[in-house]
Design a protein. Structure first.
Lengths: 445, 230
């Protein structure tokens, strides 16, 4: 090796972990535009999640069930506390609230078709109920939101359950914005707004403030619907122990708890990534709250935010949830972010899997758009079939795990079936670190 | 008109509301009187027939909430959210109304003889509201459509982030909210005002004594240059 002064060894270019490429591009974008970034979807950052948990399965002390012979129940009844007509679903995997407006009419129809085919529910969103959605949805949950866009008592009566939305995981404490590109004549009419304007959705309900008022509001909705419909209260995961207790006190039949991975149609990136907590951290405090009130399994708990497969379903249920809801995963099943559309995503300056400018209404998959030509691309029958397949697979996957743990019903899964791979997940899920009996905060190492 | 009387001291409200949800053919043209309401919440909510209902006394929250077609009179004052999300029909409060009166109402007419509290007509979506007295702060917040007639004064932040609703105010306005401004009252506006004054028992009040407020429409499209307004 020669010692020529002209050839001093160079270090590899060292990219900053703090100022990484994404961060730098965000700074440049902000500097160029003077406005924050808005996008759809949920938190994209790496978070403690269900992947950080493992099932132990049967062993000497546990007896497994035969995979193809012994029954493992999957059904769930929601709304048993007060409603005269609770809803009975064949699978605990439900479809989360997503609006007509954010989604195209064929996408809403496909969600209804897919959910109906496997005996689960789908949910309206901000903007009201469309006839296509009601017609194709066997069990339809009607969201009652702060904006009350499209809200009317006739649709309230047509619903199978009513979900009073206090918040959502992607933006707890935030309202919404639907940009003018998606405010078509039909969307504008349903929301009673001028066509083409940027529509703001309120973050607070107009006619109640605080949990004491909420109790009276829930009672009003029950009176209007003659105490028939289950009433859900949806909250974004922030202070789950106290929020769940207050929702129970206010009279909820069902609580929907949405973690920060749960999607939104459009919100500021900074809000999505920095407000709220992951669903893994929220389930145990919520269940503890229900248990402390003697209401676990009496007031049902639906959790959402990053549910992707049957293992996630089984883990959520093992931690004490009664059911789960999927939104982003359902859109992917319909055809969102499909690599087959890569060339079109490239034209939009992105790539399949990363497309999240749902608010701009240019979705090449025809799902998050109101463009008449783009939405024609989505066949609601075929897309509904794909969703039904996916829901079936998730349910069967959860059954595989439950049988391996010796459970004859998904609801028999329990925290004792789980261990954690990381200290963080162990502390959040309150299950031991794998290979130990240590739960941070609960026991000594 | 056939009249039916309920007394809430000895009949559960649930029973009364259930009756009021009977098939329209049974209720159309009937007059239902409710005595001793004693401030109960959600009296006569979710009505959907051509019935006339009179509540003799004070009512609590959400009186006549989500009303459709029916004509409801409250011979007293009401709590929050009277006639919230009304679709059609008429609700008349002879006394005062608390907060969020007529919130998100889509249609019909809400008449309040006395004052109304905070956020009267919040997110109004097409209904008409006439207030004989004054309204509290943040009234007509994000009001999308419909008309409000206020014979007295308005509090702070009137019509903040208003869309296409019309606000007729006879008295003083403490302050206007973002994007709300004084409008010139045209012939169509005046006609609407005169009609509402007549239908609410104020035909003796001169329409010329009102000022019209509406949207400056500068916030209809999100614009960073306007961020100070939010």
């Amino acid at each position: 090796m020669s010692d020529t002064p002209n050839k001093i060894p160079q270090t590899e270019p060292h990219q900053s972990a703090t100022f990484d490429k994404l961060t730098n591009s965000q700074i440049r974008r902000a500097a160029a535009t003077g406005i924050y970034d808005i996008r759809g979807g949920g938190a994209k950052r790496k978070l403690p999640h269900f992947d950080d948990l493992l099932f132990l399965g049967a062993s000497m002390s546990r007896y497994p069930l035969e995979g193809y012979r012994e029954k493992c129940g999957t059904d769930v009844v929601l709304g048993t506390r007060f409603a005269k007509k609770p809803i009975h679903l064949k699978t605990p995997v439900t479809i989360a609230g997503m609006s007509f407006g954010a989604l195209s009419a064929p996408a809403k129809e496909a969600l209804g078709r897919g959910a109906g085919a496997v005996g689960t529910s789908t949910t309206t969103g901000d903007g009201g109920m469309t006839p296509e959605e009601r017609g194709q949805s066997k069990t339809l949950v009607y969201q009652y939101l702060p904006s009350r866009y499209g809200m009317n008592p006739d649709d309230l009566r047509k619903a199978d359950a009513i979900e009073l939305v206090v918040g959502q995981g992607a933006k707890p404490g935030g309202g919404g914005m639907l940009l003018g590109q998606k405010i078509s004549a039909r969307v504008a009419k349903m929301r009673c707004l001028p066509e083409g304007i940027d529509q703001r959705s309120a973050c607070r309900h107009p006619d109640w403030t605080g949990p004491d008022d909420l109790e009276i509001k829930i009672a009003e909705i029950r009176e209007i619907t003659d105490w028939e419909k289950p009433i859900y209260v949806k909250i974004g995961a922030t202070r789950p122990y106290f929020d769940v207790a207050l929702a129970v006190k206010a009279g909820a039949d069902v609580i929907v708890l949405d973690g920060m991975q749960g999607g939104t149609a459009a919100t500021q990136e900074v809000f999505i990534e920095h407000v709220g907590i992951p669903i893994l951290a929220a389930i145990r405090p919520a269940v503890q709250s229900l248990q402390d009130l003697g209401m676990h399994r009496k007031v049902q708990l639906i959790v959402s935010g990053g549910i992707r497969n049957g293992a996630d379903v089984a883990k959520a249920l093992a931690l004490g949830a009664d059911a789960v809801a999927i939104g982003t995963a359902a859109l992917i099943a319909l055809g969102d972010n499909d690599p087959e559309l890569e060339a079109e995503y490239n034209k939009l300056g992105t790539t399949a899997g990363a497309y999240d400018d749902w608010h701009e209404g240019r979705d090449p998959a025809g799902i998050t758009t109101q463009d008449p030509e783009l939405m024609k691309r989505l066949d609601p029958v075929k897309a509904g079939h794909r969703l039904a397949n996916y829901l079936t697979v998730m349910t069967m996957e959860a059954q595989v795990i439950a049988r391996a743990c010796g459970k004859s019903h998904l609801h028999n899964l329990e925290p004792e079936d789980l261990v954690a791979l990381t200290i963080e997940a162990s502390a959040m899920a309150k299950v031991p670190l794998a290979g130990t009996n240590w739960i941070p905060g609960e026991s000594k190492f | 008109m056939e009249s039916l009387k309920y007394d809430l001291t000895n009949t559960p409200l649930r029973e009364v509301n259930q009756f009021l949800h009977s098939d329209a053919s049974l209720l159309n043209g009937k007059h239902i009187e409710i005595n001793n309401p004693n401030g109960a919440h959600h009296i006569a909510v979710g009505l959907k027939s051509e019935a006339t209902v009179t509540i003799h006394g004070h009512a609590g929250y959400y009186a006549a909430g989500m009303n459709q077609i029916a004509d409801v009179t409250i011979e007293g004052s009401v709590g929050s959210g009277v006639a919230e999300n009304m679709m059609s029909g008429r609700v008349h409060v002879k006394g005062f109304a608390s907060n969020a009166a007529g919130a998100t109402a889509n249609g019909g007419l809400l008449v309040i003889d006395g004052d109304a509290g905070l956020r009267c007509g919040i997110s109004l979506k097409g209904a008409d509201i006439v207030v004989g007295g004054s309204v509290g702060s943040f009234s007509a917040f994000m009001a999308q459509a419909g008309n409000m007639v206020i014979l007295g004064d308005a509090g702070e932040g009137l019509g903040d982030s208003i869309y296409e609703a019309r606000l007729f105010v006879r008295g003083k306005v403490k302050s206007l909210g973002a994007d709300c401004e004084v409008k010139t009252m045209g012939a169509e506006d005046r006609k609407i005002l005169v009609d509402l004054l007549e239908r609410s028992g104020h035909s003796d009040v001169s329409p010329e004594s009102f000022t019209l407020y509406g949207s400056a429409r500068t916030l209809y499209h999100f614009n960073v240059a306007k961020s100070g307004a939010y």
